[in-house]
Design a protein around this ligand. Structure first.
Ligand SMILES: NC(=O)c1ccc[n+]([C@@H]2O[C@H](COP(=O)([O-])OP(=O)(O)OC[C@H]3O[C@@H](n4cnc5c(N)ncnc54)[C@H](OP(=O)(O)O)[C@@H]3O)[C@@H](O)[C@H]2O)c1
Length: 170
């Protein structure tokens, strides 16, 4: 794979919120090391390694790499509490993307790294949280996210944006 760049567009849409033995924490007393590790492995550590491998392979003039983050990972927007590991893993993901963007700017001035919030989407991830009711179809979310990616440029690299194009608070 290493020889296959330069890439114009890479999107990482993997993520973990819940599983057979894992539900988002409601209170501090629910915190478990195994859950923190499992959620960070998918939402933070995996993307960190993707950044390490693929960011240098982006087209230096126009390459874009977007990672699906989540608005609940915004520290500034956190009003509800709960969901400790998911929130923290996405906040850490956002920091990795911002930090990588600063480094990448030197060698790849035209490349763009983005943390994107897809909004509520009807998927397996949102299913236990009324996702089918509250979410919109994945195809619609993907279309909106692609429009956001198309509309952003090198000056936006490292930023955290919603599917509407709005910049989100860290
Ligand atoms: N749905 C929402 O309302 C919503 C809201 C905000 C943010 N997001 C974010 O958007 C992204 C996509 O979510 P989604 O709704 O599409 O969730 P989803 O339907 O549950 O899909 C998650 C994807 O992540 C992959 N994945 C999970 N663990 C993995 C692992 N260990 N290694 C490799 N791949 C793994 C899954 O692969 P398999 O199919 O092989 O299991 C699946 O393709 C996630 O980052 C999520 O945090 C979603």
């Amino acid at each position: 794979m290493g020889g296959q760049g330069p890439f114009q567009l890479i999107i990482n849409a993997a993520g973990l919120l819940h599983g057979p033995e894992l539900m988002p924490e409601k209170k501090l007393g629910d915190l478990q090391l195994a859950q923190l590790q499992a959620v960070f492995a998918v939402n933070t550590f995996g993307p960190a390694l993707l950044l390490r491998h693929f960011a240098p392979l982006l087209d230096r003039h126009c390459g874009r790499m977007a990672m699906l983050s989540a608005k609940v990972g915004s520290i500034g927007d956190n009003r509800m509490g709960g969901w400790y590991s998911y929130r923290a893993s996405k906040a850490a993901l956002n920091m990795l993307i911002k930090t990588a963007a600063i480094e990448l700017r030197r060698s790849h001035p035209g490349a763009v790294l983005l943390a994107l919030h897809p909004g509520t989407v009807n998927s397996a991830l949102s299913a236990p949280f009324r996702g089918a009711e509250l979410g919109r179809p994945a195809g619609m979310a993907a279309t909106e996210l692609l429009q956001v990616i198309d509309g952003l440029g090198p000056a936006d690299s490292g930023g955290f944006f919603s599917y509407s194009g709005e910049a989100l608070p860290w």
